[in-house]
Write a protein that binds this ligand. Structure first.
Ligand code: DAT
Ligand code: MG
Length: 153
């Protein structure tokens, strides 16, 4: 089953939107297999956003993500990366469709509330960066799964 990494950014935590955001992803059927509130330090932020180093918004992006606690989680489901990105919406909230997290709750790209891995390769790297292997609880049995998934493994 595919996994993806989600970060509720400092604005989401400060605005009291953690429950709303997790609820949207949970209601979609994605299964939580890791969850934590943490303060990111600069070295973790720089590793996480390494692909954006050198871009004009990079310094502001790192300042923003370390500016307060974040909630990180690993979600599991069929095509979890794509399902999560679709639920999150476009990078710029004004261009995100209504009904998406960013489209319903945000306005500016520098306060876009949430991160989701953009590919299965990024997801594997990010899950390892934030949780390592041993802190992901992939094995728990969710009894409702037969009503969410066509085939339950
Ligand atoms: P996403 O978070 O949708 O995957 P991304 O990986 O391209 O977007 O960029 C990471 C974050 O960097 C994004 O959530 C907000 C910020 N960002 C991206 N492009 C930006 C821009 N042109 N100006 C300011 N911030 C930007
Ligand atoms: Mg990205």
């Amino acid at each position: 089953m595919e996994q993806t990494l989600v970060i509720i950014k400092p604005d989401g935590v400060q605005r009291g939107l953690v429950g709303d955001i997790i609820g949207r992803l949970e209601r979609r059927g994605l299964k939580i297999v890791a969850l934590e509130l943490r303060q990111m330090d600069r070295s973790l932020a720089e590793r996480h956003y390494g692909e954006h180093q050198g871009k004009p918004f990079y310094a502001g992006l790192v300042d923003y993500i370390v500016s307060g606690p974040v909630v990180t989680m690993v979600l599991e489901g069929p095509r979890a990366v794509e399902a999560t990105r679709a639920t999150i919406g476009a990078t710029r909230p004004v261009e995100s469709a209504p009904g998406t997290i960013r489209g319903d709750l945000g306005l500016e790209v520098g306060r876009n509330l949430i991160h989701g891995s953009d590919s299965t390769e990024s997801a594997a790297r990010e899950v390892a960066l934030f949780f390592g292997g041993e802190r992901v609880h992939s094995g728990w049995r969710r009894d409702v799964d037969r009503w969410v998934l066509e085939i339950v493994s």
